[in-house]
Design a protein around this ligand. Structure first.
Ligand code: AMP
Length: 159
């Protein structure tokens, strides 16, 4: 049987306060295996309230405003991820191959993105620390473990 190798590692982040220790685990594995890292953030789509606010502002333009709003959010996310990568690794590091932000349900988007990039390992934190949920795993981590057909490394983070 062929021994699995980690060539591409997907590091998914909510951009919250727990991202550094989780990212360092992704870096550690990437360095051991000479793998590349892809950084992914999933932005939440505009909810009913956001859409209603846009409709009030300009009912006819709601579609293009929504599109522009999402594009702006994604541009900002990409810049934040890029800065985080430079802060952590220095500007000359080639460990991170790609920085991506998409819109949707986090666990589903992470899973689909992992398939489309054919990644060998997904690295996430155990939870974002938000909410009142009990238990060790947050909802994204739990759902991802349930649906993923690829290995998932869950890094414990403090609540
Ligand atoms: P949660 O289960 O939502 O508390 O989050 C657990 C982990 O899933 C986080 O530490 C991140 O690694 C990942 N995650 C959660 N939300 C997102 C998101 N919006 N985009 C990318 N990764 C996320």
């Amino acid at each position: 049987m062929a021994i699995p190798r980690f060539k591409t590692i997907l590091y998914a982040t909510d951009l919250g306060k727990n991202m550094r220790p989780v990212f360092r685990h992704a870096v550690s594995v990437a360095e051991q295996y000479r793998a590349k890292i892809i950084m992914l953030h999933v932005a939440q789509p505009l909810g009913a309230t956001g859409k209603a606010a846009l409709e009030l502002y300009s009912p006819k333009k709601v579609k293009s405003l929504e599109h522009d709003a999402i594009k702006e959010i994604l541009d900002k996310m990409q810049k934040r991820l890029g800065k985080f990568q430079r802060d952590e690794l220095g500007k000359d590091s080639t460990l991170v191959a790609k920085v991506v932000a998409v819109v949707g349900d986090p666990a589903e988007k992470i899973w689909k993105f992992a398939a489309s990039e054919d990644v060998d390992l997904i690295v996430v934190g155990s939870h974002t620390g938000g909410g009142f949920g009990s238990g060790f795993l947050g909802s994204t981590a739990r759902k991802l473990i349930n649906i993923s057909d690829r290995p998932v490394l869950v890094v414990p983070v403090k609540k």
